[in-house]
Design a protein around this ligand. Structure first.
Ligand code: FAD
Ligand code: MG
Ligand code: MG
Ligand code: MG
Ligand code: MG
Length: 516
């Protein structure tokens, strides 16, 4: 016993002294758009990097709708994580496991291997110096009864393959002998709940798949097929440019895809959808052969638990600051769909900004004094630039004009407040897209790569309210005209709102607006 204890203690000491000289350890959760772009850009010579994800591959989500219809093979939309890390000289460790809990107090994560019938323990824990949470979002059923049991989702490669098999099964069922026409119609009614980009792309792909391929194979039932999109809002694609949403609706009408707007699904059963028509309050039963649920995303339960631990329990989605650091939890970063950047309102900091800018402490701000801090303000509060653009203001002096439009040499705090009072209305949250996730991943990697340098030579804006300059520039999203990471042979259509449509069926979304 005594002997064993001694061994134990000496081992602990060794571990500790090793960890002293060791590189800092970064643990990354997730191998989607955000996590993978972080790994690709990370300089692994200065850090130990470990990755945890239940999927040992990266999935190219823009092509998933095409996988549902076999236009694109499943294996061509995935890239094994081990290939990605091999290219990085193999210094990155990968664990195929799911994170169950983040323990920020003790700087560790609890994980569980997803391998079934594993010999030995399934659970293990990893310590970190820095944690990068990049676990994306999960589907949100809004607790609608029957959705989990009877609907398909379109998030993962397996989902897409399952949808493809089910579509074909529906046709096989519909041609069986002894069915009434009504029963055949039910089998061939494909319902998509959610008129966002994923639902719309899937509906378009499904339409082409059916009308170009399946009707040749099942000619006897070709006139019984129907596709319906149910949308709770007034228009499909309502986060997009209005022209796109109108075009999509009229295109669907021509194709015979029914769009039911203003309807909320209240329950789903094996063969029917029960929905409420918002305008009349009546309930309508819609028979179906298959439902794809494509509406809403939610926070994963272990992320929610983490939010509660760090004082974000009242929020819907995990919030970070502009440097992508989780609010209330140093050393944890969150990127991609699992988090949102909580931008600061300029009005919250107006007094500090005023005092910082008023270098001669005169109690008033001259245009020169304001101009000196403007660049830093714009970096920290991008809404200022958006506001100036939206008002077609090119000179700061124009902000200084009084209510009668007369130019002023200087303003006091009240004048300053009123000059900037509408700026915060231009704040926009970033869209949940592959492009944002990928840019956040490479931004964060570049911060880690330049950690030493930046801590000695800060480059960031003055952070009003706290001392000095911040070491790094905050994350700013650059909308790229072309979706750079794609490259290769596939033409990517770029849509306003930053969604990249790759499917052959939805190329029209792009042409419709720009090629007329
Ligand atoms: P994800 O890419 O979802 O990655 C999350 C990662 O975390 C995955 O590897 C997952 O396995 C892992 N993970 C999950 N749980 C855990 C856990 N407990 N522990 C550890 N790891 C975990 N965007 C566009 O811009 N253009 C498009 O055309 C487009 N098409 C899309 C089509 C479909 C069908 C879908 C579903 C999405 C599409 N998107 C598109 C959205 C885009 O895919 C997301 O915005 C993007 O994937 C977000 O990246 P992420 O890294 O945050 O999350
Ligand atoms: Mg990710
Ligand atoms: Mg992904
Ligand atoms: Mg996000
Ligand atoms: Mg002054």
């Amino acid at each position: 016993m005594v002997y064993a204890e001694n061994v134990d203690n000496s081992q602990k000491v060794v571990e500790r002294s090793q960890s002293h000289s060791k590189k800092k350890k970064i643990v990354v959760l997730g191998t989607g758009w955000a996590g993978t772009s972080f790994l690709k850009d990370m300089d692994i010579s200065s850090y130990d990097v470990e990755v945890v994800s239940p999927r040992n591959y990266f999935a190219f989500t823009p092509l998933l709708p095409s996988v549902t219809c076999g236009t694109v093979e499943a294996r061509s939309v995935v890239e094994p994580v081990r290939n990605i890390i091999k290219k990085r000289n193999g210094e990155i460790q990968f664990w195929e496991a799911e994170c169950l809990k983040i323990d920020p107090e003790n700087h560790k994560v609890i994980c569980r291997s997803i391998v079934e019938n594993l010999v030995g323990e399934n659970d293990f824990s990893l310590e970190y110096d820095h944690l990068v949470v990049a676990v994306g979002a999960q589907v949100n059923t809004f607790d609608t009864p029957g959705v989990m049991e009877h609907c398909h989702f379109l998030k993962e490669v397996e989902d897409a393959q399952k949808i493809r098999r089910t579509v074909i099964d529906c046709f096989e069922k519909a041609v069986l002998p002894g069915l009434s026409e009504e029963e055949r119609r039910t089998d061939l009614h494909f319902v998509i709940v959610g008129g966002g980009p994923t639902g719309v792309e899937f509906a378009a792909e499904l339409h082409d798949f059916i009308h170009e391929d399946l009707v040749q194979l099942y000619p006897s039932v070709k006139d019984l097929v129907k596709i319906t999109v149910i949308q709770s809002g007034d228009h499909i694609l309502n986060t997009f440019d209005e022209r796109i949403s109108c075009f999509a609706e009229s295109k669907f009408q021509r194709d015979g895809i029914e769009v039911l707007t203003g309807c909320r699904v209240v329950s789903v059963s094996e063969h029917s959808v029960n929905m409420k028509v918002k305008s009349t309050g009546e309930y309508v039963i819609v028979p179906h052969g298959m439902v794809v649920w494509s509406t809403g995303v939610g926070t994963r339960p272990f992320v929610r638990d983490f939010m509660e631990q760090v004082g974000q329990g009242k929020r819907w989605i995990l919030a970070t600051d502009e440097w992508l650091r989780v609010k209330g939890c140093p050393d944890v970063y969150a990127i991609g769909d699992c988090a949102t950047v909580d931008q600061r309102k300029i009005m919250e900091d107006i007094l500090t900004i005023f005092e910082a800018a008023d270098t001669d402490h005169s109690g008033t701000l001259t245009i020169e004094e304001f101009q000196d801090v403007l660049e830093d303000i714009i970096i920290r509060y991008p809404q200022v630039e958006l506001y100036l653009k939206s008002k077609h203001l090119f000179e700061v002096t124009e902000l200084f004009k009084d209510s009668e439009g007369n130019e002023r040499e200087e303003v006091d705090i009240e004048g300053f407040k009123s000059a900037l009072s509408h700026v915060d209305s231009q704040m926009k949250s970033l869209p949940a897209t592959a492009q944002v996730a990928a840019q956040q991943g490479s931004y964060l990697a570049s911060c880690f790569n330049r950690w030493e340098k930046c801590n000695t030579n800060p480059e960031g804006p003055r952070v009003f309210g706290s001392a000095g300059r911040h070491a790094f520039l905050p994350f700013t999203y650059r909308h790229l005209g072309q979706f750079a990471p794609l490259g290769g042979s596939k033409a990517a259509a770029e849509l306003p709102g930053d969604w990249i449509s790759m499917g052959r069926s939805t190329q029209w979304l792009w042409y419709s607006v720009y090629a007329r």
